[in-house]
Design a protein around this ligand. Structure first.
Ligand code: PFF
Length: 454
């Protein structure tokens, strides 16, 4: 058992700091581009509303009930409900997923750090789409450079976790978030003035369902989990500090709306630039953010300073997310194995860093290494796939079943005492009959296709 935050706003800040990150600014636009736009966005929004939010309430509830690290919170609630110890596996799988995500997340955050320096250096002054594309492919072709930035980012994350000031980072979110919004709006302004805003909006919001495959639906579902930091204990770890009678629903909905807003604005900022530059494809892949935005920064007044600041903001957003990726594992080592925080952090960040090397080599030395046992993917794509599309949704499914079906109603009523009656009933019905069914159906269909087609 440990301390509790003064009010639910601290949770909102911490959880938003975790949720808003590369998932919103880098990943959402690029996977939307790869999956044909509008219909994918709609599925993603439906997943946030019908699966993400209800399960997030459940995950915070578990954390607050257990008031410990995710593994030990799961231990507590499992014992309280007289269930098989195997349910603690939700916590274990989460720790593993956190390590896996951290490994490739740190590589991409490294790109953002690199772009802070590149923008400041002025190489993007008056840049063209071709030049911006070349800058990015040069970076990817340079493992030493990637390693440097990956190491720096993993180190920065470890410092915060080791110092145990995870929640201090919540305060950073308070300053970061308004600036992030502001800078995205400025970029949006550039898109309106110089980009093809009509084509951008059409791409994001016109629904072309013919383009939507089962795999894309799973990717949208998985991204709903990824972007909300859901299904792996990160949100459970923060829920452990949530005040007893604060409304879970209101709190979680606030975080969900903020997170979705950042993603949509990022998309609206990037796609008008993409469509105004025929040499950039919407489906350009992981480099989409890094080749499109420098064009805007290089060609607007004050753009280099603004661009530098923008990538600082992206890096900080990634930082506050990364902290929550290794915190659940570190908290457990400290709590149960009586390890000191520094050593525990060293172990976790070290493993993630090592794994991350395979992710950064995926863009150069290992770019053709796509073995069957990685589902024909590079290590980078595999780490992303196995976490976002398998482990997180599976974690979420188990959380929904656990809270929806196995915990006693008395406890649920007690934990949700701040909720009004119809809201509680609606939440429980969705958590029991809608969220888990949708997750299961989508996973079964898409994985069947991924495993047995081609
Ligand atoms: N939600 C983060 C993002 O969108 O960038 C990524 C993430 C952080 C996923 C923490 C999972 C997690 F536990």
């Amino acid at each position: 058992m440990h301390g509790v935050w003064g009010n639910r706003w601290t949770f909102i800040l911490a959880a938003t700091g975790s949720a808003v990150g590369l998932g919103n600014i880098w990943k959402f636009p690029y996977i939307t581009g790869e999956n044909g736009g509008g219909a994918f966005v709609l599925v993603y929004l439906v997943c946030i509303a019908l699966i993400g939010i209800p399960i997030m309430i459940a995950e915070v509830l578990l954390g607050r009930r257990g008031r410990m690290s995710p593994i030990n919170s799961m231990h507590f609630v499992t014992a309280e409900a007289n269930l098989n110890k195997a349910w603690t596996g939700i916590g274990w799988m989460g720790v593993l997923a956190g390590l896996f995500i951290m490994s490739f997340y740190s590589v991409v955050a490294g790109w953002a750090l690199h772009y802070v320096v590149t923008l400041a250096s002025g190489v993007f002054e008056g840049t063209t789409a071709e030049e911006a594309g070349k800058q990015f492919s040069d970076l990817l072709a340079n493992p030493t450079m990637l390693m440097l930035w990956h190491t720096l980012f993993a180190g920065m994350t470890a410092i915060i976790v080791a110092a145990g000031v995870t929640r201090g980072l919540a305060a950073v979110a308070k300053i970061l978030m308004p600036f992030l919004f502001l800078s995205l709006f400025i970029l949006l302004g550039y898109g309106v003035a110089k980009g093809d805003i009509a084509a951008g909006a059409d791409f994001l919001f016109a629904f072309r369902f013919d383009k939507l495959s089962a795999e894309a639906v799973l990717e949208a579902l998985g991204h709903a989990f990824f972007t909300l930091s859901l299904g792996m204990g990160a949100i459970m770890a923060y829920g452990a500090y949530m005040p007893a009678h604060a409304s879970l629903a209101k709190t979680v909905i606030t975080v969900g709306i903020l997170d979705t807003f950042v993603a949509l604005i990022a998309g609206m900022a990037i796609f008008p630039i993409v469509f105004a530059n025929p040499s950039i494809e919407p489906g350009a892949g992981p480099g989409l953010l890094f080749v499109s935005l420098p064009i805007a920064f290089g060609n607007m007044p004050g753009g280099l300073i603004f661009g530098t600041l923008f990538f600082v903001l992206v890096s900080v957003a990634a930082w506050s997310s990364a902290v929550s990726l290794i915190e659940p594992g570190v908290a457990w080592l400290v709590e149960s194995k009586k390890l000191n925080r520094l050593n525990a952090t060293f172990i976790f960040a070290g493993i993630a860093w090592l794994l991350g090397i395979s992710a950064l080599l995926s863009f150069n030395v290992l770019s053709d290494f796509t073995p069957l046992y990685l589902f024909n993917r590079t290590p980078f794509d595999f780490l992303d796939f196995i976490t976002a599309q398998i482990m997180l949704p599976l974690g979420g499914l188990f959380i929904a079943i656990f809270v929806g079906w196995l915990m006693s109603r008395k406890i649920l009523v007690k934990e949700m005492d701040a909720e009004t009656h119809p809201l509680f009933d609606i939440w429980l019905i969705i958590l029991r009959f809608v969220s888990p069914v949708l997750v299961a159906v989508v996973m079964i269909f898409a994985l069947y296709k991924i495993l047995f087609s081609s």
